[in-house]
Design a protein around this ligand. Structure first.
Ligand SMILES: [Zn+2]
Length: 325
């Protein structure tokens, strides 16, 4: 595989290129293009896709890919990196998760060439880009005010995905079934392996999540023999086979006593909900122990709102996963 070709443009070993895909025009005639960056190593190797900003307000992933391009660490010695720092250009411009058609791009795969905007973007990815790759990392963050501790999400049913997650070596590796109409699932259906990285929250830089995202990507590239050196992992990855949410039983002001990444015990006091007038205070306790993989930073809660996402490690020896692809 000496020549890597995309949209009729040939990129030779050792070369780099930016290839733009036309998506559609804004109502003001402005053309919206999807820029795709290609970085080729001098020698043969796998093709790794880095996608960020499928949700336009999830800027930590955008920053991870931007930083790797800017520092030059994205360029492999062997193989090819295809980097798309902002997949949902429309959402990014509006600081929004969705596209102007109101659709979630990560629920719009495999897409449609003549559909509404989200379907068109998905179609370009599935027809022009995904067929050219072997592996991928799709960078995301928690939703508004929900801060994810750095984690890779993958479906443990498919051993190769768990292997990729272990190469990345984030603090947490979480079993996560493939969501219908997501990029991960659509790619899996044509034999491509994409894992999802989650770190921090939307519209807020999280330096730790960004540096873990960069170093984990480099570790995966090293394990795939695309580069020779990568930072050592700061953590022994904890493999979480099950997760649960702690939700608010009452509306009120939330004060937390915990942080993302903390280890909780059974019946641990993790915070309080008070009414805003200082009359009543309700304690929030855990039922079971586990790791805090996501924490709500919103001080005002309604009943049922998410407070914390708790992950549990498998107690038995980790299961043997066949190399099912
Ligand atoms: Zn997302």
């Amino acid at each position: 595989m000496d020549i890597f070709e995309m949209k009729g443009q040939r990129v030779k070993p050792g070369d780099s290129a930016v290839i733009s895909f036309r998506i559609a025009r804004l109502p003001t005639h402005t053309q919206i293009d999807l820029p795709v960056y290609i970085f080729r190593g001098a020698e043969a190797g796998p093709v790794l896709l880095l996608t960020a900003g499928l949700h336009g307000n999830e800027i930590n992933g955008i920053e991870i890919v931007r930083k790797m391009i800017s520092e030059g660490s994205v360029k492999p010695s062997r193989g090819t990196v295809v980097a798309i720092p902002i997949v949902n250009i429309y959402g990014f411009l509006q600081s929004e998760r969705y596209l102007p058609d109101g659709k979630d791009l990560n629920r719009s795969f495999p897409g449609n060439q003549t559909g509404s905007l989200a379907q068109r973007v998905a179609w370009v990815l599935m027809n022009e880009i995904i067929p050219k790759i072997d592996f991928g990392i799709d960078f995301h963050t928690g939703g508004a005010s929900l801060s994810n501790f750095p984690q890779i999400r993958c479906d443990f049913e498919y051993g190769l995905n768990l292997d990729l997650a272990k190469m990345f070596a984030p603090p947490f590796i979480m079993n996560s079934a493939m969501i219908n109409k997501s990029l991960r699932r659509a790619a899996h259906r044509i034999g491509k392996h994409i894992v999802v990285y989650e770190g921090g929250e939307s519209l807020r830089f999280d330096d730790f999540a960004i540096s873990e995202g960069v170093s984990g990507t480099l570790r995966m590239m090293k394990a795939l023999q695309m580069i020779d050196d990568a930072p050592q992992p700061a953590f022994r990855p904890k493999i979480l086979s099950a997760t649960t949410w702690i939700r608010a039983r009452y509306a009120g002001i939330f004060h937390t006593l915990i942080q993302p990444g903390d280890i909780l015990k059974r019946n641990q006091l993790i915070g309080t909900i008070t009414d805003p007038f200082g009359e009543t205070t309700y304690p929030i306790k855990t039922r079971e122990g586990g790791h805090v993989i996501c924490l709500n930073n919103m001080p005002v809660l309604n009943a049922g709102d998410a407070i914390a996402h708790i992950g549990k490690e498998k107690q038995t020896a980790s299961a043997q996963h066949s190399l099912k692809t």
